[in-house]
Write a protein that binds this ligand. Structure first.
Ligand code: CMC
Length: 428
């Protein structure tokens, strides 16, 4: 018997099979040979929500959820957060290697060249109601860019792909800032290419009548670090959406719009906004115990707690806590921090949370930092999307160039009626 094989005996037929094991997996299609009769379709796996299914081979991001490890292209996330800029990390995710100084200059110049929005896209944004949720505006505007760059549909042209990737990364902060300023009826601020990626974003967000807005360097760097932490996270819900939609060879704008839609849900990127709502509902440190009790009784969830992959701790949350201290040294403490810390303390001691391995995730503290920096909660998920676009696009590029990938098309277990026939209206 081979060591890298799985021996299966089908008790229905007595037949035996040897299934190869590669990289700790078996191929689901190898199970198709396990049949009860020649016209049987063959054995399938059933895995709603992909709890135990690898959907691709990827060399971008490595996570060991039990050990709390996160690496981009082999580099530990804390080393990247400590030593690199967001655009440097974006280059790494997209190209596989960290850039040289000359490569970084060229990449940053490429991004800066593409930060402007077509004036018609600006008008498109203006069509939204003043109180439209920025995530809805972002998703729609990204999808609309597909009409501005129709050549993006040539997804098999590598140079064309790179151009669209750069455009998308460059335009995310501009779209976000315009969404924000639209809400307040403020004039849009055009990108300023003398500034870094995050300084330019802050300038487009917050410049008022002062001749020159100067972003606080500690806050600009904190934002850069938060962007690094959110840049990729392997096959999460939105990345899986990006790959699934992109697998039909849809253009990258509509595919990113779909991924952003997946991100907007409260169980995914929408959680950072929900954390702030939850802290508002709790209201004060004294109410934490009662709130936790309600959660344990089945009334809602502790937003910002739990993760499908991390069952020990989320390494991003640890870096975020450090970043929070730096931000608060500039902005003063966010009063919600006290409630958050008490919530974390109580939950980490409570058997319900310990047993289920529920720890604070990246979203638990990011919202508190964003709020202290001056961002409104409705913008938090958009702030997650700005850097995550890099991960989506790196994964999309990997998928498009992977000869094994085909259009994503799962199977189902049909549970509906057997064939039946339409009755006349009067007889129903
Ligand atoms: N509060 C209370 N109970 C929870 C929570 C929570 N935040 N998360 C999971 N549980 C319970 C859940 O009810 C279940 O209990 P039981 O075994 O008694 O039925 C158990 O823990 C296992 O949960 P699950 O739903 O099977 O876990 P999952 O891996 O399917 O879900 C999750 C992961 C992140 C969707 C979930 O933990 C959750 O909803 N958390 C709150 C939302 C959140 O913070 N999302 C951000 C995720 S990190 C950023 C990102 O990548 O998007």
């Amino acid at each position: 018997m081979g060591h890298n094989q799985l021996s299966i005996t089908d008790q229905r037929t007595g037949a035996q099979y040897e299934i190869p094991i590669t990289d700790g997996t078996i191929r689901a299609t190898d199970l198709k040979q396990i049949k009860t009769s020649p016209d049987d379709f063959g054995l399938m796996t059933y895995d709603p929500a992909f709890l135990n299914t690898s959907s691709c081979r990827s060399s971008i991001t490595y996570i060991d959820g039990d050990k709390g490890i996160l690496r981009y292209r082999g580099y530990p996330i804390d080393e990247l957060a400590e030593n690199c800029s967001f655009l440097e990390v974006a280059y790494l995710l997209l190209n596989g290697e960290l850039p040289s100084a000359a490569q970084l200059d060229e990449w940053v110049a490429q991004v800066k060249r593409r930060t402007m929005l077509h004036e018609t896209s600006k008008k498109f944004l203006e069509g939204f109601r003043y109180d439209a949720h920025p995530m809805g505006m972002l998703i729609s505007t990204i999808a609309a860019l597909s009409t501005v760059y129709p050549e993006a549909k040539n997804v098999h042209d590598a140079a064309n792909r790179r151009k669209q990737i750069t455009r998308l990364i460059a335009k995310m902060p501009t779209i976000t800032a315009y969404c924000y300023r639209h809400h307040f009826g403020l004039p849009y601020i055009y990108p300023d290419n003398d500034l870094s990626f995050t300084e330019n974003f802050m300038n487009m967000m917050w410049k008022m009548l002062e001749p020159k807005y100067v972003a606080n360097p500690i806050l600009a760097r904190a934002l850069d670090i938060l962007f690094i932490l959110h840049a990729d996270h392997e096959q999460n819900c939105s990345t899986n959406t990006m790959r699934a939609v992109g697998s039909s060879q849809a253009d990258p704008y509509v595919s990113v719009a779909a991924a952003a839609a997946a991100l907007s849900g409260p169980l995914h990127g929408g959680a950072n906004e929900e954390v702030l709502h939850m802290l508002d509902v709790i209201g004060s440190k004294d109410n934490v115990s009662a709130y936790v009790k309600k959660v344990k009784e089945g009334h809602g969830k502790l937003m910002g707690f739990g993760h499908r992959v991390y069952k020990n701790y989320d390494p991003r949350a640890r870096i975020i806590k450090r970043t929070a201290d730096e931000v608060f040294s500039v902005t003063g403490l966010n009063p919600k921090l006290e409630i958050a810390k008490e919530l974390e303390r109580i939950a980490l001691e409570d058997e319900y949370f310990v047993k289920r391995k529920l720890y604070p995730n990246v979203d638990f503290y990011s919202g508190i930092i964003y709020e202290a920096m001056g961002f409104r909660p409705s913008l938090f998920t958009v702030l997650f999307a700005i850097p995550r676009v890099v991960g989506w696009l790196a994964q999309w590029e990997e998928m498009i160039t992977d000869p094994e990938q085909k259009i994503a098309r799962p199977r189902q277990i049909y549970t509906g009626h057997d064939e039946r026939h339409v009755m006349a209206m009067a007889e129903r």
